[in-house]
Design a protein around this ligand. Structure first.
Ligand code: PMP
Length: 349
């Protein structure tokens, strides 16, 4: 296979460095949203980083930008090289945008069941998107395809987000320290953090930041109850929390360094995300709804006045064609019907 590079003239190294500086100011340093709520009669707070405010609308900007910048500094992403990655969406969107900004062609392999909006946004940045069906291997097939295209093409850079330690480092040097500083400005130190695991970059990086900052706080990975891959070691079923639980346990995830896995039902996550949009105007994606419910489970373990933090990974716009925009049935055991959202405050440093 060959790529037509005529559409993307090679950007000189000094121009690329200037672009990196321009991009840096548009990523990270997100506000901390402190949601006040009542759950089964108990009033409590959940602190969530507003990650949808990153340049391309998700937490994955931090990781993709850090990987691009590190690779450029180390000389492994040379001007004009093609970036090839497997992703469930947000990573593809981030690399597609940064590729456009830095003069790199981008090829994205993605399971074909991800939302139409994800595919359209990736294409809008001029990236080449290759969809992989379940029969052709789904997520693992996407990774295998990215690897073999990397072998086939010359001048390719493979970010390998599931195995790249720079993914963890991005959160260890930005998300985690920002969170610690924002909580500290309120006179708080974190007792626990919880987040849905896609690559595991967020949970591993925040855990690393806590350890470097001598913060004694538990970090819980979260997974869909419908597909408990982390708890069982293999893919179990289909679920609707796009961006998390991608069929296997990623290489950078070290469950032995983390607190117990938290599970949330995908329908409950959808109902919670809908509620945040309708009642507080916080139009977040499905994994953010899951993270808020996960934080409530952690508050139950830690004590209801504990300082528990999470992330709102992306917003609801990429899910307008999905069940997030439809009426979702309530099932016994769901938590979201018992959540009464009261108010929120925002911390910006
Ligand atoms: N939520 C969404 C919407 C995502 O796109 C991702 C990343 N795939 C995650 C959560 C999980 O983040 P991480 O890869 O850092 O584990």
């Amino acid at each position: 296979m060959t790529l037509d590079r005529s559409q993307s003239p090679v950007m000189p190294a000094d121009a690329r460095s200037r672009r990196l500086g321009g991009l840096a100011a548009l990523i990270g340093n997100t506000p901390l949203v402190t949601v006040r709520l009542r759950y089964r009669g108990r009033e409590c707070r959940v602190h969530a980083k507003a990650e949808y405010l990153n340049l391309t609308g998700s937490i994955k900007d931090r990781m993709a930008f850090h990987i691009c910048r590190t690779a450029i500094e180390q000389g492994v992403l040379a001007p004009g090289d093609t970036i090839v990655e497997a992703t469930s969406g947000n990573t593809g969107i981030a690399f597609a945008a940064f590729g456009a900004a830095l003069g790199h062609p981008v090829v994205i392999f993605m399971p074909d069941w991800m939302s139409e909006e994800r595919k359209a946004v990736i294409r809008s940045f001029g990236a080449d998107i290759r969809l992989v069906s379940r029969e052709a291997g789904g997520f693992l097939g996407s990774i295998a395809n990215a690897e073999s295209l990397g072998q086939e093409l010359g001048r390719v850079f493979l970010p390998r987000q599931f195995d790249n330690q720079a993914n963890v480092e991005a959160h260890a040097t930005t998300t985690g320290p920002e969170l610690i500083a924002q909580l500290s400005s309120q006179g708080l130190t974190p007792d626990a953090f919880v987040a849905g695991v896609g690559t595991g970059g967020t949970v591993m990086g925040v855990a690393e930041a806590f350890s470097r900052g001598h913060v004694d706080a538990r970090v819980h990975p979260l997974e869909p109850a419908e597909s408990p891959t982390l708890s069982t070691g293999h893919k179990v079923g289909r679920h609707r929390i796009q961006g998390v639980s991608d069929e296997f346990i990623p290489g950078i995830l070290r469950l032995d360094r983390l607190a117990p896995v938290i599970q949330v039902h995908d329908g409950d996550a959808i109902l919670m995300a809908q509620k945040l949009a309708r009642e507080l105007g916080l139009g977040v994606g499905i994994s953010s709804g899951a993270n808020l419910l996960g934080a409530l489970q952690v508050l139950d373990r830690e004590g209801w006045d504990a300082t528990v933090a999470t992330v709102f990974c992306d917003d609801n716009k990429k899910y307008l064609s999905t069940d997030l925009s439809r009426a979702e049935p309530v099932h016994p055991g769901f938590m979201s019907p018992d959540v009464e959202l009261l108010d929120f405050e925002t911390t910006v440093l």
